[in-house]
Design a protein around this ligand. Structure first.
Ligand code: SAJ
Length: 410
């Protein structure tokens, strides 16, 4: 089958590569540098295992779609903060770009996360400009992506998938395409349920993390260690509390819950969870302030600006919110993250970032931070303080270590 995958980012590119084992795949992206890199077999971002697969794959990339049997859309859906709604501009323009190529018998599949109803209310009317009708002339389905950055390849192949078509024929054709690389189960439903399920999954995770964050704050008041408490609670067969941290980042969990709430004012838990998670950078700063009390012109060093551990992605990262807040309160901030290359402010080497600092603040839980000898590293600092928001630092007794969710003497 000839497949055109539109959007060659964290989801589109691995999807295109996996599909290319059994199909003829053209990848499309509006960014010419990304297209050039892929044609030269160079990965435009880091993701374990993908460079090798790209090298072996037969995919070609282009800046414009080509005629195909199937069009799979994997473009981002950013969040419009002003109106607290999904911004579908990339989805719209990807769909528009398909219109001239759409033929009878083709299928259009949306992977991008959208608000409930978008496939029917937004995609279908645009595709109708081709003169063809969904369910009569062409097939239309939603197959939301579920892979977690950092483990994308494994999850794309082995996770179960949900597919919802505009009619049964669309669902079955989409299932046939995904079955060429998905080894997990494929569950089918209608197109709007598929949209809703995707949003429920990410909202569930956001609410769970908000609970962990609230419990972390309570644990400090109760003078206990939240990390130990959560691990003990999770030994209950029906309890699985996630980890507290400096806030929720990334382009999915931090925004998708708002896609569910955008058309209603009935939500309470979802809104509150978002507010708790969004307030964590300020809470972390309040702890830094206590640790650097009485220091004139305090300097702090942020370790990790990626939105989570072991990824190079800083989209919606809580690190940026934390840094901006700290700077607005008079802190001088340096940053270190060896994984991230694209960030809104300059990143320093580890030694430069730590020199003269009053407090290292761990924001991303990169594995490499777990191995660091902080006692030694802090020899060039002004004060020997570490605030660990991710429970990754071990103390050797030569520095003051404060952990989120622990009273100072826990
Ligand atoms: N986080 C915590 N505590 C935790 C887990 C995560 O504070 O216990 C934070 C992370 O540090 C990060 C944020 O939450 O800042 C989100 O990270 P994540 O690892 O939970 O999720 P994402 O955004 O990388 O990927 C999620 C996944 N969704 C679910 O697990 C339900 C993934 O499967 C989706 O494909 C992806 O969103 C997406 O694209 O929708």
């Amino acid at each position: 089958m000839k497949i055109c995958v539109i959007g060659l980012g964290y989801i589109g590119l691995p999807t295109a590569i996996l599909l290319s084992e059994k199909n003829e795949v053209v990848g499309v992206d509006v960014k010419k540098d990304v297209v050039d890199k892929i044609n030269d077999k160079i990965m435009p971002f880091k993701e374990p295992g993908l460079d090798r697969l790209l090298e072996q794959s037969g995919i070609t990339a282009s800046t414009t779609p080509r005629p195909a049997d199937a069009f799979i859309i994997c473009v981002p859906t950013p969040f419009d903060k002003e109106v607290r709604m999904a911004d579908l501009k990339f989805v719209r323009s990807a769909v528009e770009s398909i219109v001239p190529h759409l033929r009878k018998g083709n299928i259009v599949i949306l992977e991008s996360t959208v608000s409930p109803g978008a496939c029917i209310n937004v995609l279908e009317p645009i595709l109708e400009k081709s003169g063809l009708k969904a369910g009569e002339d062409y097939y239309l389905a939603h197959c939301p992506e579920r892979a977690i950055p950092g483990n994308t390849l494994h999850e794309m192949a082995y996770n179960d998938r949900i597919i919802g078509g505009i009619d049964d024929a669309s669902t079955q054709l989409a299932r046939k395409i995904y079955a060429t690389f998905v080894k997990g189960n494929i569950y089918t439903t209608d197109i709007t349920t598929a949209e809703f399920v995707k949003l429920m999954e990410n909202t569930y995770r956001d609410v769970n993390i908000a609970l962990a964050n609230e419990l972390a704050i309570l644990a400090e008041e109760a003078k206990i260690n939240i990390w130990e408490a959560i691990s003990l609670a999770n030994h209950h067969p029906r309890v699985n509390i996630l980890k507290p941290g400096p806030g929720v980042g990334g382009h999915c969990i931090a925004v998708d819950p708002w896609f569910l709430t955008e058309a209603t004012n009935r939500c309470r838990i979802i809104n509150t969870a978002r507010e708790i998670n969004d307030s964590m950078p300020a809470y972390v700063l309040s702890k830094v302030k206590v640790m650097t009390e009485n220091i004139r012109r305090p300097k702090i060093t942020v370790f990790g600006v990626a939105y989570k551990g072991n990824v190079d992605d800083a989209r919606e990262t809580p690190a940026l919110k934390f840094i901006k807040l700290a700077e607005s309160e008079g802190f001088f901030v340096s940053t270190y993250d060896p994984l991230v290359s694209r960030f809104e402010m300059p990143l320093s080497s580890m030694e430069d970032a730590v020199r003269g600092t009053d407090c290292i603040v761990i924001i991303s839980d990169h594995d490499l931070f777990k191995e660091l000898d902080f006692g030694h590293l802090l020899d060039n600092s002004r004060h020997r303080n570490v605030l660990d928001t991710r429970n990754v630092v071990k103390s050797d007794g030569t520095f003051n270590l404060v952990k989120l969710g622990c009273s100072e003497n826990a």
